[in-house]
Ligand binder design. Structure first.
Ligand SMILES: *Cc1c(COP(=O)(O)O)cnc(C)c1O
Length: 392
């Protein structure tokens, strides 16, 4: 008996899908050191530049001095501490909902929420480009699981007609590998008309989107009736770690009772909640971060269009450049790196087969000159790698 891991690993290599972890040897930010090399990076999700913010670090240090380091127990035993509670209240107020519940990670928030809400005899319908954690949650729930065409309300409607039991429709707010927005007003209308519930994971929308950083729900002006289950993660624009679910009193109490990834895990360090309280304050009040970020996004898109790059339908900080072939995407990423620029090649199975891409992400921590450097390097690399032949 053998698992033959060597053969699986070899196949992964020949398919150009082998993953390697770059070693980050500096704090997160535009200028990083990776594997010993100083690089200008366009690949983290720290959209507002808060992951290494002095005030957030200070809040973390003060929190650790006051509350210690470890959570010490699960929330239901004796791990639910004052900073966790204060953060939940602040997140409820931020999202304009009665309650919010703090999870240790976004992956766990999604697993916990979907499995608590639907099970055997129910239905879960998901956008086919949803984040892996949502797809895994749907499969694990035991409910009838079906994927609709990306952002396609008609495709959703035909599936809603055949749905049985409690029906949960689940979508990313901002799609993490494409940067486009879910058509939430239409999806919400279809879902409500069928008596189903809509769950939105807005990991990439909170912070950059909405006048006050309230994400896609604020962007579209939607209510809790439209989106009864709202998930946000704290490891992206908030710059810290963890996640939350916001919704009704009944929803949150149900998650406390039934969400196993909430119940059977140690609470996050209380000092982390102190740091997130500070980053929430900065995210809400420092509008210049969103404005500067939006200016960089416009600069990048205009510049990329002039070079003739194939961008996607996105006005968010996620600005992928479509390549198609995995080997070419990896080669381009490598060429950029030789020029001191880090942009990640995203390949299947993270994205559908044949849609490998360079996932450029922008942050309020970048400046115009850095975006200019990126554009110049892209221009050179695409020229060298024979852009003309692809357009033939
Ligand atoms: C990053 C991400 C998650 C997972 O959140 P973590 O806190 O990193 O576990 C969930 N959903 C989406 C859409 C994400 O982008």
């Amino acid at each position: 008996m053998s698992f033959d891991l060597a053969a699986r690993l070899a196949a992964r290599r020949t398919d150009n899908l082998y993953r390697q972890r770059p070693l980050l040897q500096s704090p997160q930010g535009p200028q990083v050191v990776v594997d010993g090399q100083p690089l200008l990076a366009f690949c983290n999700n720290d959209y507002l530049g808060l992951a290494n913010h002095p005030q957030v670090i200070e809040a973390w240090q003060a929190g650790a001095a006051r509350w210690g380091v470890g959570g010490g127990a699960s929330h239901l035993v004796v791990g639910h501490s004052t900073p966790h509670h204060a953060l939940e209240e602040a997140l409820a107020e931020f999202t304009g909902r009665p309650r919010a519940l703090l999870f240790t990670t976004g992956y766990m928030a999604n697993l916990g929420t979907v499995t608590a809400l639907v099970g055997q005899g129910d239905t879960v319908l998901e956008d086919r480009l949803n984040h892996a954690s949502l797809l895994d949650a749907g499969l694990l729930s035991g409910a009838r699981f079906n994927r609709y065409l990306h952002n396609d309300a008609a495709s959703l409607a035909t599936r809603l007609e055949k749905a049985c039991g409690n029906t949960l429709v689940v979508t990313d707010g901002v799609f993490s590998m494409d940067g486009d927005l879910a058509d939430l007003p239409t999806l919400a209308r279809e879902t409500r008309a069928r008596g189903a519930w809509l769950m939105v994971d807005d990991a990439h929308g909170f912070g950059p989107l909405g006048a006050k950083g309230g994400g896609i729900v604020e962007h579209f002006g939607l209510s809790q009736e439209d989106v009864p289950v709202l998930v946000g993660t704290l490891g992206k624009a908030f710059g810290t770690a963890g996640a939350f679910v916001a919704g009704s009193e009944e929803l949150i109490e149900s998650l406390i009772q039934f969400a196993r990834p909430y119940i059977y895990t140690t609470s996050q360090p209380p000092a982390l909640a102190c740091a997130t309280l500070k980053s929430l304050e900065l995210l809400r009040s420092e509008h210049w971060r969103r404005e500067h970020l939006n200016a960089l996004i416009r600069q990048f898109r205009e510049g990329a269009e002039q070079i003739g790059l194939e961008l996607m339908d996105s006005f968010t900080p996620i600005q992928p450049i479509m390549i198609g072939d995995s080997a070419r995407a990896v080669r381009l990423s490598q060429m950029l790196r030789e020029r001191g620029i880090m942009v990640t090649a995203i390949r299947p199975p993270t994205v559908p087969a044949g849609s490998a891409r360079l996932r450029v992400t922008l942050s309020a921590a970048h400046n115009e000159a850095q975006v200019r450097l990126l554009l110049d390097a892209l221009d050179e690399c695409f020229r060298l790698s024979g852009r003309e032949s692809d357009h033939a």
